[in-house]
Design a protein around this ligand. Structure first.
Ligand SMILES: Nc1ncnc2c1ncn2[C@@H]1O[C@H](COP(=O)(O)OP(=O)(O)O)[C@@H](O)[C@H]1O
Ligand SMILES: [Mg+2]
Length: 344
């Protein structure tokens, strides 16, 4: 970078003028000596005088070349050139800062990915053994212990879900999240999801109505990720609605050559203001600080869901009104170019 700056400003000129002036003065001196010898009468004194003259001419040439070099160097420091130089230096500083930030981000991602793995292994043991102990406690009629063990199991599962979210996010950020594509029945996948969320719906005395799953047919996508997105959205709807209705409509839509599967989810819950909706898909953002206290969660679900939908070639949109309810619409291609690329 630095040598490029020096060469572009003045350095070439210094070299050129030095070479030209030394050559010109050298030539003049040689001619003088030659002329002297041609008309020489062998007088040692006058030969020495001419030799001295040649020496002086060379000395003058050197001083002249040196002066030119200094002048050339000063040229580098004209205001315009200084500003270019400052600009280039600032660019270097920025580039270094960006490289350092990227390295730090890579280290963070690596750390999180490894930690998540290390945390999940013992956590799975805790969940597994608390389940086993519950069965044994039931067999022995220890009802008090059964309740406590259930709490351990639930807390373990909650922590595992959080760790999985953090792991997913770090994978997405590192560009390491891959899709595993399959052709599958939407109805079958939806039945699994609904079985999982039904207890959450019941807990807050909500009702869940699903339409269109029979006609949804097959899609080619990543079933694990589609399930994850729907679970996220449905559990949010269940969590933020009390004694209300949650409605899920599934339909197919066509825009030009592309066919889409649309999951349209609406609830009559607490809703969100316009400002709250704006930060909705940002990592770790919850509608307001009281949300964590009241409902738990990390604010990662929607950010991950949107990333996943976009990876599958689709997207999520939202509409909400404070105190009235929310509507989340997931649109995924039935067979998008992105999906076909992954299959190939
Ligand atoms: N259906 C909904 N109704 C009202 N608020 C919602 C709904 N879904 C999401 N939100 C708001 O968006 C925030 C972020 O949601 P999410 O990313 O799933 O994180 P989490 O569920 O862990 O809080 C929630 O904390 C909540 O404030
Ligand atoms: Mg959530």
């Amino acid at each position: 970078m630095r040598s490029r700056v020096d060469l572009s400003i003045g350095a070439k000129l210094i070299v050129l003028s030095t070479v030209v002036s030394v050559a010109a003065l050298g030539l003049a001196a040689t001619m003088l000596v030659g002329l002297q010898y041609m008309g020489s009468n062998g007088d040692l004194g006058s030969t020495l005088a001419y030799a001295l003259l040649v020496g002086v001419v060379y000395a003058v040439a050197s001083i002249f070349a040196f002066a030119l070099a200094i002048a050339g160097q000063r040229r580098i420091s004209t205001p315009a050139e200084r500003s270019i130089r400052q600009h280039e230096l600032a660019e270097q500083v920025l580039t270094r800062a960006r490289d350092e930030a990227e390295a730090a981000n890579r280290a963070k991602t690596f750390f999180i990915a490894n930690m998540s793995h290390e945390l999940r292994t013992p956590l799975n043991a805790i969940i597994g053994y608390s389940g086993l102990l519950q069965e044994e406690a039931e067999a022995l009629g220890l009802s008090q212990a059964v309740g406590d063990l259930e709490k351990i199991e639930n807390a373990g599962k909650h922590l595992l879900a959080l760790i999985n979210d953090v792991l997913d996010l770090s994978k997405i950020e590192a560009g390491k999240m891959t899709l595993s594509l399959e052709t599958f029945e939407v109805r079958a996948l939806l039945n699994e999801v609904l079985t999982t969320v039904q207890p959450m719906i019941d807990v807050r005395r909500n009702t869940l109505a699903v339409h269109g799953s029979e006609e949804a047919g097959e899609i080619t996508s990543d079933p694990t990720r589609v399930r994850q997105v729907l679970l996220n959205l449905l559990s949010n709807a269940a969590k933020f609605t009390e004694a209300g209705q949650v409605r899920l409509d599934i339909r197919r839509e066509r825009t030009g050559d592309l066919e889409w599967i649309v999951f349209d989810l609406e609830d009559t819950g607490i809703g969100m203001s316009e400002k709250q909706v704006q930060g909705l898909f940002v990592e770790f953002v919850q509608a307001d600080s009281s949300t964590t206290r009241r409902f738990g969660g990390t604010g990662l679900g929607l950010a991950i869901s949107r990333h996943l939908c976009r990876m599958m070639g689709g997207d999520i949109s939202v509409r909400s009104q404070l105190g009235v309810g929310s509507q989340f619409v997931v649109r995924l291609p039935v067979a998008s170019p992105a999906v076909e690329e992954q299959v190939a």
